[in-house]
Design a protein around this ligand. Structure first.
Ligand code: FAD
Length: 509
């Protein structure tokens, strides 16, 4: 009477109720598989971090007395396929029951559901015990509405979970949102916090991954690896963040600076998305820091909104619109990604810095992902599906449930406004306001045309001119279209000419 329980690579939560008692009739299985390393090209650090985390959890479970069947990537018995491996293991242990935690990605959910239907033994899917919301909670709240307002969802979450609330209805400090206070430029003070994460030497594991022939991108940094291995390390990272970094998070949430890859962000998304950390404990630590007078309400609220609001809302969008959400392409954009997405070698400083650090650290913070890389991609008309695959590969925290709506919806507006109320695009002016990237750039942030004109400028106007039919009725874009109306025909023509030149030779920019 043996039960097989599957632990996926993003289910590294040692406090799941499964593990609360040791049962000799239960075998846990964790598998390193080409199925998972190959569905897109991942960053080297992402493959390393997940495999190392899986190995660490397996070792912990064994040390607690649990039975574990671990399949390494180079194990000759590893079929490299989830379902073929499961079939073999079920047969090997003569299992009478198979259990798995609710997967977060539609791809794995569908695969396991099909597998379950074919089994003659009992199969049960249980909760992963991680999120605040169920898969379809946001979908139920917004039933029948074309566009989903995040702010409405967020207020509902604050009320339901009693976070930053005075009583059942009123937010603390009389306001739900302090976003307008969180938009400062950073000029070097206070200094960017030092990276104090624990380091590991994963060189041996990296050799195994390379030998197995797994294709990756980016720098592995295997011998001085800084992403957390387990919950203990993730909790230490959370603690340091709350004490030393969070106080400045709000002020510089949108700021960017050359050579400063982390700024005042938490770097917690990998630990959260692999479930080493619980969103509830991260939110509660930030709320306590405000209650203790250590951080301002604007900072605490701004940070909490990302996790209690955005993260859960994005998940709701994903489950409501999958399958098929990845196919959205409302602007019919189809330009392939330029070569420098894989090297960072572009003359545009902002993109070189943002893509360069993503390749170096498997990390870019929100504004780099949205207002530098995503912004350029939308203006240049890059293929959203190809862009989705790039984002899904490059970031340490990229799992489809959270990456896809952020890319297709928030960043590319490819879902025609299901998620965002207007496209998040800007000319060079925004990048210049929030960063020092334009300083010393090969291109001139002020020029729209000419050899040295910043490509964002002509592309920005060209984007709105090209998509006038679709966008000019959007009430948030009135100003843009009033400015276009003021342009004479020859100005429009030469802007479009410049934009066409850029789009025709993206690789050389
Ligand atoms: P902080 O800035 O410190 O924020 C704290 C936490 O808030 C994050 O750890 C994250 O859990 C949550 N959060 C903040 N914004 C969002 C958001 N928009 N959606 C969901 N959660 C959010 N996040 C991912 O976890 N995985 C992705 O693959 C991913 N891809 C993105 C792609 C694009 C185009 C954009 C615009 C955003 C993407 N994000 C993604 C959201 C966000 O950029 C990252 O969560 C954040 O940069 C992670 O760094 P951090 O932990 O230092 O975050």
């Amino acid at each position: 009477m043996t039960t097989l329980r599957l632990v996926l690579g993003d289910q590294l939560n040692p406090t799941h109720s499964w593990f609360s008692a040791v049962d000799s009739n239960v075998v846990y299985t964790l598998m390193e598989m080409r199925q998972e390393t190959d569905y897109v090209v991942h960053h080297a650090q992402k493959v390393l971090a997940i495999f190392a985390g899986m190995r660490d959890l397996a070792a912990l479970l064994e040390s607690q007395g649990h039975r574990v069947h671990y399949l390494r990537i180079d194990d000759p018995n590893n079929t490299q396929s989830l379902t073929l491996n499961l079939e073999k293991i079920i047969k090997h242990y003569k299992c009478t029951r198979f259990e798995y935690q609710q997967p977060d990605e539609w791809r794995l959910d569908a695969q396991l559901e099909t597998f379950a239907q074919k089994q003659k033994i009992d199969v049960e899917m249980c909760e992963s015990e991680h999120f605040y919301t169920t898969r379809h909670e946001a979908g139920t709240l917004f039933k029948g509405q074309k566009s989903w307002l995040m702010e409405r969802f967020y207020r509902q979450m604050r009320t339901k979970h009693h976070v930053l609330m005075l009583d059942a209805k009123r937010p603390v400090e009389g306001q739900w949102n302090f976003d307008h206070e969180n938009r400062k430029r950073w000029t070097g003070t206070p200094p960017e916090p030092k990276d104090q994460r624990a380091q590991h030497d994963h060189s041996a594991l990296w050799t195994v991954i390379e030998k197995a022939g797994v294709q990756t991108m980016g720098t592995p940094h295997a011998s001085e690896f800084a992403w957390p291995l387990n919950r203990q390390e993730a909790l230490a990272d959370l603690d340091r963040f709350i004490k030393h970094v969070l106080p400045n998070f709000g002020d510089f949430q949108d700021a960017m600076s050359t050579g400063h890859w982390r700024m005042f962000h938490s770097l917690l998304s990998f630990a959260l998305n692999t479930k080493m950390l619980k969103p509830q404990e991260v939110v509660s630590r930030a709320e306590q820091a405000w209650q203790a007078g250590k951080v301002s309400i604007a900072t605490a609220e701004g940070f909490i909104r990302q996790i209690l609001g955005w993260r859960e809302y994005i998940r709701g969008i994903y489950w409501h619109h999958m399958p098929g959400y990845d196919q959205h392409n409302t602007f019919q954009h189809s330009t392939p990604l330029p070569e420098w997405f894989w090297t960072g070698k572009t003359k545009m400083n902002c993109l070189s810095a943002s893509i360069g650090q993503s390749l170096e650290h498997a990390y870019g913070h929100h504004i780099q992902r949205l207002m530098v890389i995503g912004n350029f991609s939308l203006l240049a008309g890059l293929d959203p599906a190809a862009l989705h695959r790039w984002y899904l590969g490059i970031y340490i925290d990229a799992f489809e449930w959270v990456e896809l709506p952020n890319v297709i919806g928030m960043s590319q507006f490819a879902d025609d406004g299901l998620l965002a109320t207007k496209p998040y695009v800007s000319s060079a002016a925004y990048v210049d306001r929030m960063s020092d990237y334009c300083k010393g750039c090969h291109y001139d942030k002020k020029q729209r045309e000419g050899e040295r004109a910043c490509p964002y400028n002509a592309l920005y106007w060209d984007f709105f001119i090209r998509h006038e039919k679709k966008l000019s009725k959007n009430f948030r874009l009135g100003m843009v279209y009033r400015n276009i109306e003021k342009m004479d025909a020859s100005a429009i023509e030469s802007l479009q000419q410049k934009a066409s030149e850029i789009k025709a030779s993206l690789d050389s920019y």
